[in-house]
Ligand binder design. Structure first.
Ligand SMILES: *Cc1c(COP(=O)(O)O)cnc(C)c1O
Length: 411
């Protein structure tokens, strides 16, 4: 495999190291091939919000396993999961299941272009929307890690239809809107960004996106592949009280199996085949194992509604870390919402991608390895967010605090 991995950010390139290979996980703990244990703060990049190997989810998968793994035909499981999602994210009046977040955002873009009859899209620098051609322009996550603003293989003609603006900056947005004129199909945004580190959108910025889209008859797409069911049950759109026209989901809704979904206004979704002319399809879409896992996870998540305690736990850990850093005179900033958090080696919290670039790389790398060697598994790049689960209870947080304290002593 290129780089030894099936997805680039796993390769530890940003921290000049070698990835760890894991063989099992339970609750908040990961176990590597050499039997070392780590407190996990990645949670498979989001889905493990109820901890690894959660028995409720495992039982749901096992029960479905006995009934068959794929039929290539409709099942009531798909309706059940769709109804659960819709109950929490009502802007998704109709939705469709796919197999990854990339498929979800890709389909949103096609649908937006097909529905509006326009071609251009606006995205924001540092927001990552999967490895879709049109969206791999100044993207965050692994692309930032490798300093590839654009990828070879994305035709210039296609990239030219994508405009990238700085995040949380209304003035730049309005300038670009003027330049584009009548041809804006959609604005796509991570309303709470998790792919340039963790940076929440400013309410006035996100509200401006809604206004601009309404004014220009363009669609507002919220990419909530990461924030959906991670920052709160209704995602970022419930927190900001903004209704996007289309929403992309992934990560959490599959309970650890490969699932994505996209949806929005019925009048838009009804333009998809077979009702309408815009084509989108998938052989394994709505796969019964993945649906069973997603239903079990979301049902449990809705019953537990753990978001306040998740935020409390990550805030406690991060403010402890910040105090220790301050005592050493090390600049450190941090933020948490629901089950997501972030930290930066910078005096002030970054507000956009350029701010993150400015934060200290050397300190990040040193701290990452000291923490790792003490049994704390943070994301191996300053351009990624942190994730916490309901199994990170007080005793785990207390253990993590001690391990981080030891790591900082060695800094
Ligand atoms: C992870 C992610 C994607 C891509 O999802 P995949 O399942 O990796 O294809 C898209 N958008 C956002 C915001 C993400 O965090």
């Amino acid at each position: 495999m290129p780089g030894g991995v099936n997805s680039p950010v796993r390769a530890f390139k940003n921290v000049d190291g070698q990835p760890i290979f894991f063989k099992s996980a339970k609750g908040p703990i990961l176990v590597d091939e050499d039997e070392n244990q780590y407190i996990d703060f990645i949670g498979s990049w989001g889905p493990m919000i109820l901890g690894h190997s959660n028995p409720i989810i495992l039982d749901a998968i096992k029960a479905q396993l006995e009934l068959g793994t794929s039929y290539g035909a409709p099942t009531s499981l798909e309706n059940t999961l769709a109804k659960i999602i819709k109950s929490q994210v009502p802007s998704m009046e109709k939705l469709r299941m796919v197999n990854s977040g990339t498929e979800a955002t890709m389909s949103c873009i096609r649908l937006a272009r097909g529905f509006t009859g326009k071609n251009k899209i606006i995205k924001f620098t540092g927001c990552y929307h999967g490895h879709v051609d049109s969206l791999l322009v100044k993207a965050g996550s692994g692309v930032s890690t490798f300093g590839l603003p654009d990828s070879p293989g994305v035709p210039q003609e296609l990239a030219a239809l994508t405009y990238s603006c700085p995040y949380n900056n209304i003035e730049s947005l309005l300038e670009v809107i003027n330049e584009i004129g009548d041809d804006l199909a959609a604005i796509i945004v991570e309303p709470i960004a998790g792919n340039m580190g963790f940076i929440p959108g400013e309410p006035k910025f996100l509200n401006a996106l809604r206004e601009v889209c309404d004014k220009h008859n363009s669609l507002l797409i919220f990419d909530e592949v990461m924030s959906g069911f991670r920052v709160g049950l209704g995602g970022a759109q419930a927190i900001y009280k903004i209704q996007p026209d289309l929403t992309a989901l992934g990560k959490v809704i599959g309970g650890g199996l490969p699932v994505g979904a996209f949806g929005g206004k019925q009048s838009i979704m009804d333009q998809l085949a077979p009702l309408g002319p815009i084509y989108q399809a998938g052989t394994l879409s709505g796969n019964p194992l993945a649906m069973a896992a997603g239903i079990a996870l979301l049902d449990t998540l809705i019953k537990k509604n753990p978001f306040n305690s998740l935020e409390k736990a990550s805030s406690e850990l991060m403010s402890h870390t910040k105090n220790l850093m301050s005592a050493k005179g090390i600049p450190f900033s941090t933020a948490s919402i629901g089950g997501m958090f972030g930290f930066f080696f910078s005096e002030d919290l970054p507000n956009n991608f350029d701010d993150v670039v400015q934060s200290d790389d050397v300190l990040f790398k040193k701290f990452f390895y000291k923490a790792l060697n003490n049994g704390i598994y943070f994301a191996p790049s300053k351009y990624e967010a942190g994730f916490i689960s309901s199994t990170h209870d007080q005793s785990i947080i207390d253990q993590a605090k001690i391990k981080i304290e030891d790591a900082i002593k060695e800094l």
